[in-house]
Design a binder for this molecule. Structure first.
Ligand SMILES: [Zn+2]
Length: 208
């Protein structure tokens, strides 16, 4: 599998492109900003976007999803529990002092444990409320890979002081859904460096 992760936008959200080598089909996760870089990366690998997944409806993760859809025609998936956040994009833009991006409701709101598939790639959606009510992670067992959104970071956890945030739910989500994954699972958080489930189990100050 092809995987490219790179930070986009003011808040340096990690956008990840997952591509199947034989079929050239791809999933783009968290196209927050920087459509040019996303398109360049897709072109470099001759990938066709079939699914756009947004881990949660914070501006830095969702801002360019609609633009990417208009260019690629791929459906946008995110949890409908984050619709209240999508509806307050003006306020979110004001938090960080940027123009309000155009967003839309999801074409599909994946259920917990539902699989998002393109040819050759199978990602399981884990509903992990806490950072936001609709936050999800994507787990790819065949790749030993977890895209964690803003639920779990290397040495930290997502903030819960924004609307829809809930500290107890976040800790419960991490303990019940993420920490039981195999220790060698590589974790790509929504911001900052990669880590592993084993490392976080051992040393994350919020979890030990
Ligand atoms: Zn966030």
């Amino acid at each position: 599998m092809i995987r490219e992760t790179f930070p986009v936008g003011l808040l340096q959200c990690n956008c990840t492109i997952l591509g199947d080598e034989p079929s050239r089909e791809a999933i783009v996760v968290d196209p927050g900003y920087d459509i040019p870089r996303i398109l360049t990366t897709l072109a470099k690998h001759q990938l066709t976007v079939r699914q756009i997944v947004v881990t949660h409806a914070h501006i830095d993760h969702i801002a360019s999803a609609l633009d990417l859809q208009q260019i690629t025609g791929a459906p946008i998936l995110y949890n409908a529990a984050d619709l209240p956040l999508a509806a307050m994009m003006d306020e979110q833009a004001a938090w960080i002092g940027v123009e309000t991006p155009k967003v839309k409701p999801p074409d599909h709101s994946p259920a917990d444990s539902e699989h998002v598939r393109v040819r050759g790639i199978d990602a399981q959606v884990l509903h992990t409320p806490g950072h936001t009510e609709g936050s999800v992670c994507l787990y790819l067992p065949a790749e030993s890979l977890l895209l964690a959104g803003d639920t779990l970071f290397a040495g930290s956890i997502g903030r819960t002081d924004l609307p829809g945030g809930n500290f107890n739910k976040l800790i419960q989500s991490i303990r019940e859904r993420l920490l039981p994954l195999p220790g060698a699972t590589m974790v790509i958080p929504g911001h900052g460096p990669a880590t592993t489930i084993g490392e976080e189990r051992l040393s994350n100050p919020f979890l030990v």
